[in-house]
Design a protein around this ligand. Structure first.
Ligand code: NDP
Length: 461
């Protein structure tokens, strides 16, 4: 008989928590999970999934337009219903959330629709006062959007609300230059809003390959997104018209129907009793963990955005899986955070894995850089000027591919497969040896010839 009510108590039923709970239960552990909002967490409820649905909706804008190049005539003007999209999206999100809950139930996991707070390292308290003791505790409480502290910040929305706006804004200002800002800017623009993207830096998507950043900015501008770079919002006021008056640090101002802060996210660690249990937090309020997602308290683990490592759903899922295997499956393993492919669902899309050219240069590595910029076959038939861009960064000494960076249709799909090769340590010669699939855009990845050699500064090769 165990001295505890359960073997594992999971705080938060998002991607990481649900995976850990199900795998642990599969290993025979007695598991309980508490979720204060909706089962599925950020990704399913107000993140990746609804975002992708809305991005896909926005891309019909281009598809209707492009069809003309292929002989199609639309006899009536396509009309878009924001309410129709939001209702359809909500139905799908509810269905998915139920699937998550059902899967937990089938796995034998006890679910509590409640917030859970730590009383001590082995005890959690639910909202109704019920206390549950657990041998191990997993903190998988995710994160939340943060807005800058400026006057009128409360008049703006975050991504949480952007999914449920009552109507499509005519004019929307989006502040930030990261994933969320860029994805929503493209989505709203194609659905019919006038979008202004306000970013404090010179370019969007800091940390991504410079060529991708430049190419995407050109594409956004070509699509009609107003780019206000090197600027930030100083204050927001409610105008007599009910609109939001934005004053920039540069002194000028603008009016919008909606102001949306996409200025980053922070871990959800407040009010969870973590201090009471002795769990150490880092500077950004994140739960500090080791390679096995263990905190400084021996029986408490944490996975996903609450640990602020690589804040992506598939990473949280892996981390949750590894914790469950390590604790109850007798096969500990650690997640490799080094080579994680990612996509930005802008239109055009970004897919990227590994080192950027700039990172390689900073590490003083001699590199070979291959670039391809072309108009895809699809767009030779349309009026769209959209270009696909691809880049491979290879180690000049070993020929090993260090990074692959793509901007264009289906970049997210392409990078998933390129990630297998890069993860296996493929060389540029391995890419070249692969016979192309023709005619595709992806074939460019195995036919790139134009090389720019970047030697080690002041060095050989
Ligand atoms: P990011 O951290 O990616 O970007 C935040 C942006 O806001 C940056 O451009 C940053 O500028 C800017 N910023 C931060 N603070 C301020 C401020 N005080 N004033 C003005 N600008 C500011 O956060 P997101 O909110 O876009 O996304 C959060 C995370 O969610 C991502 O990092 C990603 O891990 C995940 N995500 C993943 C997606 C995907 O996989 N497709 C989609 C959406 C989110 P600067 O660059 O100068 O720091």
């Amino acid at each position: 008989m165990s001295d505890f009510d359960v073997d594992l108590f999971v705080m938060g039923a998002g991607s990481g928590g649900v995976r850990a709970a199900r795998i642990a239960a599969g290993h025979g552990a007695k598991v309980a999970v508490a979720e204060e909002y909706r089962t599925g967490g950020t990704c399913v409820i107000r993140g990746c999934v609804p975002k992708k649905i809305m991005v896909l909706a926005s891309r019909f804008h281009d598809a209707f337009d492009d069809a003309a190049g292929y002989g199609w005539t639309l006899t009536t003007k396509p009309e878009f219903s924001w309410t129709g999209l939001i209702e359809a999206k909500d139905r799908e999100i509810s269905r998915l959330s139920e699937v998550y809950a059902r899967n937990l139930e089938r796995s034998g996991v006890t679910q509590y629709a409640s917030r859970a707070v730590l009383e001590d390292a082995h005890t959690v308290r639910l909202s109704d006062g019920k206390k549950i003791t657990a041998k191990y505790i997993l903190v998988s409480t995710g994160g939340h959007p943060v807005a800058p502290h400026i006057p009128g910040a409360e008049l703006a929305i975050s991504s949480n609300e952007a999914f449920d706006l009552k109507e499509l804004p005519r004019r929307i200002a989006i502040a930030g230059g990261g994933y969320i800002a860029v994805e929503f800017a493209c989505m709203f623009q194609r659905l019919g809003s006038e979008v202004t993207l306000i970013h404090r830096g010179e370019k969007i998507l800091r940390g991504f390959d410079e060529d991708l950043r430049d190419e995407l900015m050109l594409a956004l501008a070509a699509e009609g997104v107003t780019l206000k770079m090197n600027n930030t919002i100083a204050k927001i006021e409610e105008a007599p018209t009910g609109c939001r008056k934005v004053t920039y640090v540069s002194g000028d101002d603008d009016e919008f129907d909606i102001v949306f802060f996409a200025t980053g996210r922070m871990p959800n660690t407040k009010g969870l009793g973590l201090e009471r249990a002795g769990v150490e937090l880092g500077a950004a309020g994140e739960v500090r963990v080791d390679n096995n997602s263990r905190t400084n308290v021996e029986n408490i683990y944490a996975v996903g955005d609450v640990t602020d490592r690589v804040n992506l759903t598939p990473v949280a899922i892996r981390e949750g899986h590894a914790v469950a295997d390590g604790l109850f499956g007798g096969k500990p393993w650690a997640v490799d955070h080094a080579l994680v492919a990612t996509a930005v669902f802008s239109t055009p899309e970004i897919g990227t894995i590994g080192m950027t050219e700039e990172a390689a240069r900073e590490e003083m590595m001699p590199i070979d850089v291959y670039r391809a910029r072309f108009r895809s076959l699809k767009h030779t038939m349309t009026r769209r000027q959209e270009r696909t861009f691809m880049k491979i960064v290879a180690d000049a000494k070993t020929d090993k591919v260090l990074g692959v960076h793509i901007l264009g249709e289906d970049a997210g799909e392409m990078i998933q497969l390129a990630a297998v090769a890069v993860g296996m340590g493929a060389t540029k010669a391995d890419f070249d040896r692969t016979i192309a699939v023709h005619p595709t855009a992806a074939e460019e990845l195995v036919t790139m010839r134009d090389k720019v050699h970047v030697p080690t500064p002041g060095g050989a090769i």
